[in-house]
Design a binder for this molecule. Structure first.
Ligand code: SAH
Ligand code: SF4
Ligand code: F3S
Length: 433
């Protein structure tokens, strides 16, 4: 009987895509997916380190796996991902029942590390400081038949003072454009109709290998891929988001009318302390530029509340920016100090109750705006890509518009199908058609 694996993924889309590569590697070795964690021969926790609660989730899961490992000592417990990079040896110190700890830059080593622990019987901890092999060169077991994650760039060269990503993922490395196109063409030939291009700062894509950024060219090339209907990407950094990319979005038919442009704060003073390299006015100018060029553009963002030194005035500037831009939706986070980052040792850490209170005010404002925006779309006809049965109402199916809005409507319709629907009702986070 073949051995089985179970992967639990904690992080962002890149992390999720890394899990698809880990699964692909194991399947080539003859492993099959397990029906439940407790039954798996290999359990992989692919971790995230972006905020403190991500740390807690790993150690919570490990505590929970301990009795399972005592019951079945042959079970192998593997920890990978960004928190593995951050904590490294600490993981086996805290949880000696872990068998393998490895990093984000040596994913290809997984099968060999499993063999090594089998042979030695003691935990193996291994990391690489540089990316020698693109995970995209590895086999993948993709989670969806109609959508694919495509990594275009690994690592990050920025130094946002709140962020742990550069220290756990390393420097920016871009994949050659031909390799990306080949991968996109291959998945499209297999029936994938939508791809999401992934990188921490996609606008600087290509700078390390071509000396100048080539993200606009990459987007334009997507229009030539046969069978492909939708292209999304995440995340652009506002400082590098410029007209050529907005024009490419406007002038290609496959690239969706959705821009996720993480602002982090509406206060120029806070943005400076975050080392984001843009201020409020420059950000707003980029939003206007994008809206002028791309008809029907939806804009979403990431916002951090309670960055060290954030005053009530700074926070009010965030609120007013959110109103001014009128985001379709926002991912809002409470600031979480990350060890080793500049912001973690800044004076004036904002008290938890203040952060909580601001967070609630921001959420309420964004909720209203999202609702209003969604109401504005009532009566319009939109194209949705069907994802599957609705989680709320099994009689319905759920799909997404090109602007990335969730739409529930009466089926039947199969995942991966496109449908034209008319919007009838609007809630803050979804539409009914
Ligand atoms: N590379 C992306 C961001 C990746 S992290 C970009 O620059 O746009 C995703 C989001 O997590 C960030 O945009 C930020 O809003 C949030 N985040 C990162 N570090 C954080 C921290 N220490 N505390 C709270 N939120 C954080
Ligand atoms: Fe982090 Fe900034 Fe890099 Fe994004 S751009 S991953 S927020 S350092
Ligand atoms: Fe992603 Fe979390 Fe790492 S957000 S890059 S998995 S720290």
């Amino acid at each position: 009987m073949s051995k089985t694996y179970f992967i639990r993924t904690f992080g962002c889309q890149m992390n999720e895509h890394d899990s698809e590569r880990m699964a692909g590697l194991l399947e080539v070795q003859g492993y099959r997916p397990a029906s439940a964690v407790e039954k798996a021969d290999v359990v992989i926790l692919n971790t995230c380190a972006i905020r403190e609660n991500a740390d807690n989730r790993l150690y919570g899961n490990l505590g929970w796996l301990k009795p399972a490992k005592e019951d079945r000592p042959d079970m192998k417990i593997v920890v990978g991902g960004c928190l593995a990079e951050k904590d490294r040896d600490l993981i086996v110190e805290k949880a000696p029942w872990v068998d393998v700890v490895f990093g984000t830059r040596n994913i290809e080593a997984l099968p060999q590390l499993l063999r090594q622990v089998e042979a030695q019987g003691i935990p193996v901890v291994e990391f690489h400081e540089t990316l020698e092999m693109f995970p995209s060169a590895l086999p993948a077991r993709r989670g969806s038949k109609f959508h694919a994650w495509i990594a275009v760039q690994y690592g990050c060269n920025n130094s946002c003072t709140f962020c742990i990503v550069p220290s756990v993922r390393g420097v920016e490395v871009s994949r050659p454009i031909e390799h990306i196109l080949e991968e996109v063409s291959d998945v499209a030939a297999d029936g994938v109709v939508e791809v999401t291009l992934l990188g921490q700062n996609v606008n600087s894509y290509g700078r390390d290998i071509y000396r100048t950024p080539k993200f606009a060219e990459l987007l334009r090339a997507m229009d030539e891929v046969s069978g492909l209907r939708r292209v999304r990407y995440t995340s652009p950094h506002p400082k590098d988001f410029r007209e050529p990319v907005a024009r490419a979005m406007a002038e290609t038919s496959v690239v969706c009318e959705h821009l996720h442009l993480p602002v982090q704060s509406g206060s120029s003073r806070v943005l400076k302390s975050m080392k984001r390299s843009y201020n409020r006015d420059r950000y707003l100018a980029k939003v206007s530029m994008a809206r002028d060029l791309i008809p029907g553009l939806a804009i979403t963002t990431d916002i951090i509340v309670g960055f060290p030194g954030e005053t009530e005035e700074d926070f009010l500037e965030t609120l007013s920016l959110v109103e001014e831009v009128g985001y379709d939706s926002s991912y809002m986070f409470q600031y979480s100090p990350r060890p080793g980052t500049e912001a973690a040792v800044m004076d004036d850490q904002v008290p938890k109750d203040v952060v909580q209170e601001r967070f609630e005010r921001l959420t309420a404002v964004q909720e209203q705006i999202s609702h209003r925006k969604n109401q504005d779309s009532i009566g319009s006809e939109v194209e949705v890509l069907v994802e599957g049965p609705s989680k709320k109402d099994p009689g319905k199916v759920t799909g997404r518009t090109r602007t990335n809005k969730l739409v529930h409507f009466a089926g039947p319709a199969e995942p991966g199908e496109f449908r034209q629907v008319r919007i009838k009702q609007a809630a803050p986070h979804h539409l009914e058609a």
